[in-house]
Design a protein around this ligand. Sequence first.
Ligand code: DX5
Ligand code: ZN
Length: 223
Amino acid sequence: MIELAPSILSADFSRLGEDVNQAEQEGIRWLHIDVMDGLFVPSISFGFPVIKSLRPKSRMFFDVHLMIREPIRYIHEFAKAGSDSITVHLEACSDVEETLREIRACGCKCGISINPGTPVSEILKYLPMVDMVLIMTVEPGFGGQKYIESTTEKIVQLRDWIREQGLDVLIEVDGGIHTGTIRTVLDAGATRIVCGSAVFSGDIRENVRALQAIIKDYEETNE
Ligand code: DX5
Ligand code: ZN
């Protein structure tokens, strides 16, 4: 089962609830929530209050992507705010295992993410500890960037590794994904597809429908 996960980073924050609601009404089940600290990445986005305000308004699975240094300091707060899954960056943690254990201890699903320049081999040892790996397909920090072609190979490598090991780990991709690039990541093996500007710029309903149509077509031809 493939899930499209719209990233609220590209939503209109003055009407965030309505934007999110439109996506949910189109059948979206995953919501991608990008938190940035201005240190691990150059930009600052938002924190706990936004997640907390959205939580009672939505039944979607809150997929929280922490682009912050030493996220272990805040895991408990993000869990309390209403996260269903928390993903941290390998590059941002001095103790990756301890951070993943903390996410689990808080009752959330846990994910690990790598930047475009980090080889897949570096996360292999953590696979038994996670529910999901997030392969960044742009440099984290901003929405609306161009998909980095060289990351496709990393998705394929990861998919093959997960299959060989018989593991139950989801592959998520994030950055530069739109109707022109989504097929590439689906073919490579991603099943959680983050789209920011491709969903929230312009007509949200039409955007979701166009992306879901490609996913449906992919699923039908690969049954
Ligand atoms: C980038 C964020 C992404 C971003 C994707 O650092 O992690 O989730 O919102 O935006 P698009 O889909 O516009 O590239
Ligand atoms: Zn993200």
